[in-house]
Write a protein that binds this ligand. Structure first.
Ligand SMILES: [Zn+2]
Length: 280
């Protein structure tokens, strides 16, 4: 499932084809992708609007719209399992699994989604739709000390906490497993039991992993995630824990183990990531 690096890559790569473009029409092939809005209402909301900015918040691609130079709502795209955004030239047929298209004054934006769990929704304002989200892990405001303080206040296993989008926004199963491996923290460790040294290391690992994964345009370990240009990401070649069940830990050669934590497959090294007694 696309996480922060994949969504960031998507936003960056579609931006040049969208910025300054005016929406001339819409095509809706799968109504549920609109998240409950009727087709005519969606059409009225977006047709005639101009794209003023394309950015990312948590796992959302955010497309800001304007009319006559004033804010006119946002499109929030959540890719969920298999969603993709693709910009094509005018007159090019919509790709397979197209669910929603915006016809622009130059080219088209397509929202493709094999399994149809993704959403392409219009909101009159961005803030109410995004206000439940926690801070961005790569923002300057999310300092190592902030993370240490936030962990200290939670008596909850650290992996599900890091997956909780209201705690920290944008992380998912892959990058949490990779960050915890890097910081040598057991995924079931109670957040409040993580030492200051390990919390600071975790902060550094989260940022390092996310930044490197953005440079590598995300991770493609199955047929689904591709960039808007149709290319796979390459961070999967750098995985140290995720999906490496039975393969040797690069630090101690012990086989990586897979367990289930909070209903999510979880990969870690049983020797490098030891659960403290207090968390057992
Ligand atoms: Zn190890």
């Amino acid at each position: 499932m696309p996480e922060l690096p994949e969504v960031e890559t998507t936003a960056r790569l579609i931006e040049p084809g969208l910025l300054g473009r005016t929406i001339r029409g819409v095509q809706v092939e799968w109504l549920r992708s609109l998240g409950g809005m009727s087709r005519p209402k969606f059409e009225r909301a977006v047709v005639g609007a101009k794209v003023s900015r394309v950015w990312r918040r948590a796992k959302y691609v955010v497309i800001d719209l304007q009319r006559r130079g004033k804010p006119a709502g946002v499109l929030l795209v959540h890719l969920r399992m298999t969603g993709r955004l693709v910009v094509t030239g005018r007159g090019v047929d919509a790709p397979d699994y197209n669910r929603v298209s915006l016809e622009l004054d130059r080219g088209n934006l397509h929202f493709l989604d094999v399994r149809k769990f993704g959403r392409f929704t219009f909101h009159p304002e961005a803030s109410p739709a995004l206000e439940h989200l926690g801070p961005e892990p790569l923002s300057d405001a999310t300092t190592p000390e902030f993370l240490y303080g936030a962990l200290g206040a939670r008596k909850r296993a650290i992996k599900p906490l890091l997956l909780d989008q209201t705690f920290l926004a944008g992380l998912g199963n892959i990058y949490v497993d990779e960050s915890l491996f890097g910081a040598r923290i057991h995924p079931q460790e109670l957040a409040s039991r993580v030492s200051k040294a390990k919390a600071l290391k975790l902060h550094a690992e989260i940022q390092r992993v996310l930044r490197e994964a953005i440079v590598r345009e995300g991770s493609s370990f199955d047929a689904f995630y591709r960039t808007p240009e149709g290319q796979p990401g390459s961070y999967q070649h750098l995985f140290r824990a995720y999906g490496r069940t039975g393969k040797p830990c690069e630090r101690c050669q012990r086989p990586i183990r897979r367990i289930v934590v909070g209903q999510r497959g979880t990969h870690f090294c049983p020797r490098c990531q030891v659960l403290s007694k207090a968390s057992r």
